[in-house]
Design a protein around this ligand. Structure first.
Ligand SMILES: Cc1ncc(COP(=O)(O)O)c(C=O)c1O
Length: 427
């Protein structure tokens, strides 16, 4: 594969025009949209308008007149189109961590009401916040948290299993679960299924209703381009929608908040996952981000925007893997699964033979404008160089150039310079 091949792939790319939706700094190849998405072109004006007109002029009238009040539900309906959910089944609110707390609490309450099962199962390699939240909820509510490796899943799902809580695409390896098969396995064992879609929404096709999952949450600032700390989302299957319990029973989740009743009466459906007054500026920015992903629908023959995005994402990650193996032979091992069905939208590399340099190579690349990131290893997992490929704004020539920089960083031993070996707070 060579530069001409990459240019040809760009010329043939049916999604190439989507890149114009973003403000991308010149000289940057951004391979970190799996951590923080880029700025949509529409966001600055939208925020300026919300501030100057909706807030400045409309003041409190804007809760009704500018559609502020139902923004969490309207954005939820947009997210629903990306994750195989129905209208009215998703709300955008709070952070991923807080939404996980809420949905896991709902699942534990339901398990308690149903019987004596008292085990929550998750993966040791899950994102830490998921494990910390599960740990504290289990402690408070008399459950045990059982951490396993993927290969132990079938055995772990025993008669004690109340909830299986997994992240669909692993943050560190980019490995993806088969949502349908795993959910079926959980249900056959009598457990509820909770999915974290932080690295899936807007990145890979997701079919929550088809998989028959129970609860899901996901992130607004990664592939959905909602901006740093953007509101996250929560989904609940219709069969639970009018009976699940919400632990943060604030007035915005009340059936009639403006009755100001002294007693809590939950709103029907997923609306009860709202807690207090919603962050309108942040929701407006998320709205712009969601539109950048939904724009792919117009380019797809059947209106399913995630299908062409997935095709391009796989072609990008395939290209990166091929070029790294071709041009840096023996330097890295591939941590992300090679099989398409098991791969998210990122590629993770480890140093071959546990050679040093993972952190410094990422820093040297960032200094050259190729922005990926680094995730420290542990006893089970090597240090990781992580590269996210967002098909909305990454092209094949970008992939070629990123690998060319990597080759130069390695050949010139640039990564050995002291400034690239000094650890910063955010890696
Ligand atoms: C899989 C996963 N879950 C949860 C989170 C936490 O999200 P937040 O810090 O926005 O609550 C992250 C953050 O990167 C993540 O990757």
């Amino acid at each position: 594969m060579n530069l001409e091949d990459c240019r040809r792939l760009d010329a043939e790319d049916p999604l190439a025009a989507l890149r114009d939706q973003f403000i991308l700094p010149s000289g940057v190849i951004y391979l970190d949209g799996n951590s923080l998405g880029v700025l949509p072109r529409t966001t600055p004006d939208r925020i300026a308008n919300v501030i100057a007109n909706e807030w400045g002029e409309g003041l409190i009238r804007s809760w009704n007149n500018a559609g502020w009040f139902d923004l969490p539900q309207r954005l939820g309906d947009k997210v629903a189109r990306l994750i195989g959910a129905g209208a009215g089944e998703v709300v955008c609110t709070d952070s991923t961590s807080i939404n996980l707390y809420k949905v896991l609490f709902s699942a534990l309450s339901q398990a308690k009401a149903a019987g004596n099962r008292r085990v929550v199962i998750s993966e040791r390699s899950n994102f830490p916040t998921d494990l910390y939240i599960a740990e504290s909820l289990c402690r408070e509510h008399g459950f045990n948290l059982r951490l396993i490796d993927e290969s132990e899943l079938a055995d772990a799902l025993d008669e004690q299993a109340a909830v299986l809580m997994l992240t669909h695409v692993n943050y560190r390896t980019g490995a993806m679960h088969d949502m349908q098969a795993v959910t079926r396995m959980a249900h056959q064992a009598g457990a509820l299924m909770v999915w974290d879609l932080a690295h899936s929404a807007g990145a890979v096709p997701v079919a929550l209703n088809a998989a028959d999952a129970d609860f899901a949450i996901g992130c607004g600032y990664k592939y959905l381009n909602g901006g740093p700390g953007a509101p996250a989302f929560a989904w609940v299957h219709r069969r639970h929608a009018d009976r699940f319990e919400q632990p943060l029973s604030g007035w915005w989740g009340h059936a009639a908040p403006f009755e100001f009743s002294p007693h809590y009466r939950p709103a029907p459906g997923v609306g009860r996952y709202l807690c207090g007054t919603q962050p309108i500026l942040a929701l407006a920015a998320l709205d712009c981000g969601l539109d950048t992903v939904l724009a792919a629908e117009a380019l797809a023959g059947d209106g399913d925007g995630m299908a062409p995005l997935r095709t391009k994402s796989l072609a990008l990650t395939d290209t990166f893997i091929t070029l790294v193996e071709q041009r840096c032979p023996g330097r890295f091992t591939l941590v992300t699964p090679r099989e398409h069905a098991r791969r998210g939208s990122q590629v993770c590399l480890a140093m071959a033979d546990r050679a040093p340099g993972a952190y410094a190579i990422v820093q040297a690349l960032i200094a050259r404008g190729v922005i990926g990131d680094y995730r420290a290893g542990d006893s089970q997992m090597p240090d990781i160089l992580r590269f996210g490929f967002t098909p909305l704004y990454i092209g094949f020539e970008d992939v070629w150039n990123a690998v060319e920089h990597l080759v130069q960083v390695l050949e010139g031993e640039e990564w050995m310079r002291p400034e690239f070996n000094r650890k910063q707070a955010v890696t």
